[in-house]
Design a protein around this ligand. Structure first.
Ligand SMILES: O=C(O)C(=O)Cc1ccccc1
Length: 310
């Protein structure tokens, strides 16, 4: 990465993604380029116009962010080099003078809308949803002369910094403990070092006409004592019934058990894509059974070598 790195992120300023980016050491002094969607943020990295992109990947209420899962699974290869967790708190804002009872149309990011369902149903049951490219974009759109919605759901910080916006209700998320996970994505390069509390992300296309392929994929992890923290299936978009799995596994590819599991995946599904090994944001070390430790793998390989040498 250059002396003053350039980061793209799902913007504009005030998104939860920007809050995630600000957790990266040096981000405050870096060049930060807001993008209106995840694909643009990633494509700028692919094109060499930015060093890395911060994008949302998963939240504790709604699950995977499909735009991100799909964008990193295809196209020129990228690597996840870091993750960040952001607690998510929502407010609903409107122009001064607008009351909750006046609201007919609400804009926000799709994941924010999905996380405020109960509050909206209880308080503005007939409101229509206007999709927004991000929570902050929806809030800022209210300040435009021809805004075609009456309220936006966004982060408290956006509202606090905009005198033209009134907070009508706070903490409107259905789950007070909601957390979103973001990833920092760069072009392939040296891997982040193993910390002992790491995560590895892979994309595994499900081989066709191969009965038990999913079982075979899962067995690569299970038989080597590698715990999974996320597994999602996504359609490849090519034809009905063709899927890939996006998987997060505990551990680093330099852990023997993880390397061995990935090699097994490659045998079952040669188009398996390695998306990175990086430190876990929660610093929780993996639990490693004695028979899946590096030492145990080394001893087993040495035993086979000795037999082959005769
Ligand atoms: O729109 C934003 O602010 C984002 O960063 C995307 C998002 C939306 C809702 C929850 C978490 C992230």
């Amino acid at each position: 990465m250059s002396a003053v790195p350039t980061f793209t992120f799902l913007g504009p300023e005030g998104t939860f993604t920007e809050a995630a980016l600000m957790q990266v050491p040096g981000a405050a002094h870096a060049t930060r380029i807001p993008c209106t969607n995840v694909n643009t943020a990633l494509d700028r990295v692919r094109a060499g116009a930015a060093d890395a992109a911060m994008v949302p990947i998963e939240n504790s209420v709604e699950g995977g962010v499909t735009a991100t899962l799909d964008a990193i699974a295809t196209g020129t290869e990228l690597r996840i080099i870091r993750e960040a967790l952001v607690p998510i708190v929502f407010v609903i804002v409107a122009r001064p003078g607008v009351e909750i009872s006046d609201i007919k149309r609400i804009s926000t990011h799709g994941h924010a809308w999905a996380q405020c369902r109960l509050w909206v149903e209880a308080n503005i049951p007939n409101a229509d949803y206007v999709p927004g490219s991000s929570t902050a974009a929806a809030a800022m759109g209210l300040l435009e002369d021809n805004a075609h919605y009456d309220a936006a759901i966004c982060a408290p910080l956006v509202a606090a910094e905009q005198p033209g916006l009134n907070v009508l209700a706070s903490n409107i998320g259905d789950n007070p403990d909601a957390v979103t996970r973001f990833i920092l994505v760069s072009r392939p390069g040296p891997l982040p070092e193993r910390t002992g509390a790491d995560k590895t992300t892979v994309v595994v296309p499900l081989p066709e006409d191969h009965p038990g392929a999913l079982m075979g994929i899962l067995d690569q992890f299970a038989s080597r004592g590698v715990n999974l923290s996320r597994i999602e299936s996504r359609p490849t978009g090519q034809y009905l019934g063709q899927y890939f799995f996006s998987i997060d596994a505990d551990g680093h590819i330099s852990d023997a058990r993880v390397a061995d599991a990935l090699a097994g995946l490659h045998r079952i599904s040669p188009a398996t894509r390695f998306l990175g090994s990086y430190a876990r944001a929660d610093k929780q070390a993996a639990v490693v059974a004695p028979h899946t430790s590096d030492a145990s793998f080394a001893a087993a390989h040495a035993w086979v070598e000795a037999i082959l040498k005769g």
